[in-house]
Design a protein around this ligand. Structure first.
Ligand SMILES: NC(=O)c1ccc[n+]([C@@H]2O[C@H](COP(=O)([O-])OP(=O)(O)OC[C@H]3O[C@@H](n4cnc5c(N)ncnc54)[C@H](OP(=O)(O)O)[C@@H]3O)[C@@H](O)[C@H]2O)c1
Length: 252
């Protein structure tokens, strides 16, 4: 039997207040997971949690800036106190404050991107491990990007961070396999969210990108949720250190 059910699994999803993180959280909750929705601002989180709970799922919210280790520590202390374990971690939150050439990037751009996109996931995983051991194992999903395989023009530092996140996925997968913790990545292509607003809202750039997508369109956030659900469920019980590309064929 292929098993996608997540009944009573405790799942923490970062960047769950909108976009791809919201879609993943709703998919996991739909399979019975108790979802802990995380981002910086409570308003968006409360809205998503309300929708999940109203639909018969289970969701709660915890605020945390993914770039600050003290907030990550407090987050995991809170999870330990409330649940005593963690089954699933989805590192989805990311940022990209620099759209421009690498040679004009400033130290602050580098630091912000690396703090949120890399340091955050690294320490979230480190702090999640003891809670997953308490659960007898677990599944971790890092939301990277096709830019991690093929750097996007004017998004260099972001692309570098996403390439390193793929490497981190593989490195942790090897180290954590004996602990029954699987670590995989999802590589979305162009998806309609607030994050991609600057690109999708500019007709010239949008048309340039769409021309490179064999399916001739960008994705909706829900189209990322199936691959995410597969990778964190027991259906993927022999899959670790891997990634799934959902990009309409763009980098094929
Ligand atoms: N959209 C695309 O085309 C695309 C393509 C490839 C990969 N991705 C990846 O997909 C993931 C989700 O992106 P998205 O498009 O869904 O973005 P989005 O709609 O802008 O959502 C970003 C989420 O991350 C949270 N967040 C931002 N900075 C944070 C921080 N410092 N600490 C904690 N949470 C933070 C935001 O909530 P708060 O503001 O409340 O913190 C929000 O919930 C990212 O990893 C992104 O790199 C997106």
């Amino acid at each position: 039997m292929v098993d996608f059910s997540l009944t009573d699994k405790v799942a923490l999803i970062t960047g769950a207040s909108r976009g791809i993180g919201e879609a993943i959280a709703k998919a996991l909750a739909g399979q019975g997971a108790k979802c802990i929705l995380v981002s910086r601002k409570p308003e968006g989180l409360d809205k998503v949690a309300g929708e999940i709970n109203q639909a018969g799922g289970q969701a709660e919210t915890m605020a945390c800036h993914a770039g600050y280790l003290d907030q990550i520590q407090a987050l995991f202390d809170n999870v330990k106190e409330k649940h005593g374990k963690l089954d699933i971690l989805v590192n989805n939150a990311a940022t990209n404050p620099h759209f421009g050439e690498l040679i004009s990037a400033e130290e602050s751009h580098w630091d912000k991107i690396m703090d949120v996109n890399l340091k955050g996931p690294f320490f979230m995983i480190q702090r999640a491990v003891p809670l997953m051991e308490a659960a007898g194992g677990g599944a971790i999903l890092n939301v990277s990007s096709i830019n991690g395989i093929k750097p996007a023009f004017m998004q260099g530092i972001y692309s570098i961070s996403k390439a390193a996140l793929i490497s981190m996925t593989k490195a942790y997968a090897k180290e954590l396999a004996p602990k029954k913790i699987r670590v995989n990545a999802l590589l979305p292509g162009m998806t309609e969210t607030k994050f991609s607003e600057a690109i999708l809202g500019n007709k010239e750039i949008h048309d340039f990108v769409i021309q490179q997508i064999p399916m001739g369109r960008h994705a909706q956030p829900d189209e990322m949720a199936g691959a995410a659900l597969y990778l964190v469920s027991d259906a993927a019980s022999f899959t670790t250190g891997a990634y799934i590309i959902c990009d309409g064929g763009m980098i094929a």
